[in-house]
Structures are given as structure tokens and as C-alpha cells.
Ligand binder design. Structure first.
Ligand SMILES: NC(=O)c1ccc[n+]([C@@H]2O[C@H](COP(=O)([O-])OP(=O)(O)OC[C@H]3O[C@@H](n4cnc5c(N)ncnc54)[C@H](OP(=O)(O)O)[C@@H]3O)[C@@H](O)[C@H]2O)c1
Length: 259
């Protein structure tokens, strides 16, 4: 019996992916910090879709989190054929106004944990006839974003690492897909404490989490290397590539309140 492991499954895009995967009869392992949300979701998915679901409430910023998740799977005999690194967040504001621990915690969750989970689970994934790794980056991966500088850099890391890994694994049974959502209606903006201009832009342009989840899962099952969700976000990434970097950064600084 195989499972799909999803980090950040308690809300937002991760929760939507869990719903859609359960509807496809996939057994699930749900990971996030909030035990109550994970428990409610696990019960609902088991009752509604008749799949097996277990969950682990853990702070991924904590020491040894990836190893704890791997040990939990080993102890319970959970074999995974799909690893979805979705958990992530940003700390909005000027870099120098944010405590060092907040920076390093975010880097741990957005970068180190996905790398460690992939490293730990890869031997098992390679043994499967077909296996999938899905990493959620961001449209912020394509540019510097003053006001979310470290977040954007962390997502560039995810994208670059994932593309290289996809190539390295091209002759194995494992595909690596990176999905770069643009603004999506989730708790992201609230947690990042984005300012009014960014929130207002989001109200007009944001995609819905279920739509993003479907695009991400379709890309993963199609074995795509990289997907930017939605036409406007694709256009945005193309414009960022064409425009002078200083102009792109000034525009982002205006949106994210760093003037
Ligand atoms: N929404 C957007 O506009 C947007 C745009 C581009 C990319 N993304 C990316 O999409 C992914 C999903 O985010 P979302 O938009 O769905 O945001 P969300 O609604 O805030 O969900 C984030 C998920 O990650 C979990 N998480 C956060 N910190 C964690 C920690 N320290 N330990 C364990 N779990 C943690 C959260 O669960 P708990 O709070 O229960 O821990 C939650 O399940 C992230 O990687 C994000 O960077 C989002």
C-alpha cells in the first residue's frame, strides 16, 4: 500500500491537494503544525473517500523535523510513492526589521526541509515503478522582491534545485515537478503580514486554492518539470524577464510597502 505525503496539508493549497488526491483514491499522510485541522481533515477524507489517511503534527522549523517525519513513516510501515513539498511561508517587511530566528526558521521550512525529505525518501521513491516529487515554489522565484526578499530567494532556491534534480533523475522512475503559483487566496498574505497595497492587488488578481491545486497535480502526473499557474502569472514572469531588473524591483517594492 502506497501513500502520498503532503507537507502543509492543514490549509490552503496543500489542503486542496489532499482533497483532490483523496478523490482520486490516493492514501495520504498529512503534515503541518495544527493537529486539530489535520485530524478533522483526516477524518473527513477517510469517511468521504474511503482512503487511508494519517497525520503528523510537527513544526518543520524545529530541529530534525524531516528525520522525525521519515522515522514516523518507517515505524508505521508507510511506503510513499509521492512526496509533495508544499509547506512554506513568507515574512513580509524590511529584512532588517525581522528577527534572525524568524529568517532562519523560514529558510528551514522553505528550503532545508524539502531538501532533507527528498534526500531521505529518494531511495524508497526510486524503488517504485512510478514516483513523483512535487515542490511548490512561487512566481517570486523569478525576481527579487523587496519586502519579501528572503522568501523570494528561498523560492528561487527551490526552483533551481528542483530543475537540476529533475535532470539528474531523468533516467529513473521518479519525476520532479516544480509549480510556481502567483497570488492565491489562502492564509499566506495574513501570515506574511503583507501590507494594504499587496492585499488589494491580491483581491483583484488572486487565483483560488482549488484551481492552483488542480493545476499542480495535473502537472505532477504529466511529469512536467516546471509550471507557472495561470495566464497572468505566466505573462508576469515573461515581463519580469524582459524588463530592467531595477524597474521590476521598484515596482515590487511599491506593492510590498518598501518605498
Ligand atoms: N498563497 C499564495 O499567494 C502563494 C503564492 C506562491 C506560492 N505559495 C506557496 O504555496 C505553498 C502553500 O502555501 P498556501 O498559500 O497554501 O499558504 P497557507 O494557507 O498559509 O498554508 C501553508 C501550509 O503550510 C503549513 N506550515 C506553515 N509553516 C509550517 C511549519 N513551520 N511547520 C509545519 N507546517 C507549516 C501550514 O500549516 P500550519 O499553519 O498548520 O502549520 C499550512 O498547512 C507555500 O509553499 C507558499 O510559499 C503561495
Amino acid at each position: 500500500m502506497h501513500y502520498t505525503l503532503i507537507t502543509g496539508a492543514s490549509k490552503g493549497i496543500g489542503k486542496e491537494m489532499a482533497q483532490q488526491l483523496a478523490a482520486k483514491k490516493q492514501n495520504l499522510l498529512l503534515v503541518a503544525r495544527t493537529a486539530s485541522l489535520l485530524e478533522t481533515l483526516a477524518i473527513q477524507l477517510q469517511q468521504e473517500f474511503g482512503v487511508k489517511v494519517d497525520y503528523l503534527a510537527i513544526d518543520l522549523a524545529g530541529i530534525g523535523a524531516a528525520q522525525t517525519i521519515f522515522g514516523w513513516c518507517q515505524a508505521n510501515g508507510y511506503q510513499i510513492n509521492t512526496l509533495i513539498n508544499n509547506a512554506g511561508y513568507g515574512n513580509g517587511g524590511s529584512f532588517d526589521q525581522i528577527a534572525t530566528k524568524q529568517h532562519t526558521d523560514m529558510m528551514q521550512v522553505n528550503m532545508n526541509v524539502p531538501v532533507e525529505l527528498i534526500s531521505l525518501f529518494l531511495p524508497q521513491l526510486k524503488q517504485q515503478q512510478r514516483a513523483f516529487i512535487l515542490n511548490i515554489a512561487s512566481s517570486a522565484a523569478y525576481q527579487a522582491v523587496p519586502g519579501l526578499s528572503l522568501y523570494a530567494a528561498s523560492k528561487s532556491f527551490v526552483l533551481s534545485f528542483s530543475r537540476g534534480l529533475q535532470y539528474e533523475l531523468r533516467n529513473t522512475s521518479v519525476t520532479v515537478t516544480t509549480v510556481c503559483p502567483g497570488g492565491t487566496d489562502t492564509d499566506f498574505a495574513n501570515r506574511a503580514q503583507l501590507g494594504p497595497k499587496a492585499v488589494k492587488a491580491g483581491e483583484k488578481l488572486n487565483m483560488q486554492a482549488d484551481e492552483v491545486a488542480k493545476l499542480a497535480l495535473d502537472a505532477m502526473y504529466a511529469g512536467k518539470t516546471e509550471l507557472i499557474t495561470g495566464f497572468l502569472n505566466k505573462l508576469g514572469a515573461a515581463m519580469v524577464w524582459l524588463m530592467p531588473k531595477k524597474l521590476v524591483e521598484k515596482t515590487a517594492a511599491g506593492i510590498y510597502g518598501i518605498d
